[in-house]
Design a protein around this ligand. Sequence first.
Ligand code: ZN
Length: 446
Amino acid sequence: MFIRFALLPVIFALTLSTCRRHSTLASTAQAASPPPAASASPAAASKPGSAPTSQQSSATITAGSPTKPGGKVVVDQTAQVIIFCYHRLVDKVRYPGTEITPAMFEQQMKSLKDRGITVIGMQDFLAWRRSEKNIPPRCAIITFDDGWKSQYEVAWPILKKLGYPVTMFIYTEGVRGASLGGGEAITWEQLADMRDNGVDIQAHSATHQDLREGHTVMVIDPDRKRTKKKLTGAEYEQWLQNEVVGCKTLLEQRLAIKVNCFAVPFGNYNDHVKEMARKTGYEAMFTVYGQPITFNTPMDSVGRYAIEANKPKVFEDAMKMIASSSGGANAVAAVGAADLQSEPAEGSTVRTALPLIKANLSSLGAVDPASVQMRVSGLGVVPASFDPKTGMVSYQVTQKLRDKSCTVIISAKAADGKKVEAHWTFGVEESGAPAGSTSPSASPKK
Ligand SMILES: [Zn+2]
């Protein structure tokens, strides 16, 4: 208990200074790049008050940026995601660098909904980046760092009320009962409860220290004796191995989960750390450079906005960035799913993993028949046939769809040379059980 209390202010101080450094760097970088279009329309975002589900309930058509020659552009490449990083929720803020009041947190969460930003889960984001799944045009991801019990006791109920998914970045020595886990730390039981209820649990190192070689670190022996040391060579490599690989292994074994994300402590890393993380099987690495994440953001430096109680502007800035940044999304217009007459219909569920997929493109106007392309989640581009007379595009799936949800993206070049795209999602539930048998999993989960 003492260790966590004694150590954390130091960590906070470091976090603060790092964050400041990072925001300076980030704003410099932004200033150097062309500013986002000031006139960009917020029409990209779904309507205020719309359901916060991770899938849109209507099909959308995107008139995106012109197609690059030979480039495979999918509609959701214009989508953008902002990722928020929170720490501890307390009624009385003493460390504003990492704390926030429950009231302010709830207000921020609600305002996402009010402004038409859809909160999606981390795994949906990763699936989008793998071109396996579509996401709404403007999304947010909520993450919590370090594993505080207030995240379980205070933040999670608020998120559940709003129907928001969440990701927890845990440093394993900070879990309650471990060498750095004091009375305010989250417990393994609480983490297991979160896991059982769909919370995404990911890695944040073992001991939460600067991972770069040459820094003095606190080495914790198995008997919990702590020594400050500047590690180099083989000794450093062994230590780093535990921070990057050991942390993942422990989380995976203790909770029987798959860990594929790594939040770098303080956002401090270098190519060597990145390389080890990649080899360990992390699909994404997260820093604290807040910025809207696009389809092309490098996965080894995904920036998050660290929200601090004394800087509500960071949250507002993030909201402004995603609302005004251009990405072609200002050209998105929503059309009713009925306009595409898609089959299987948007939101419906088919009983076969080999469905016939059809849509009528006449509502898109005249398109170049040779440019029509169908893309199916889990399959990629499929050899669909298009009949210019009827405007029907169709494809009989020949390889079983593996996911429970399938997104179809159709793109084509319009007469004026602009790219038009349409997408919709349907469910796949191939019933292997004999008809009439009731599944026990039909009862609601606790
Ligand atoms: Zn942290």
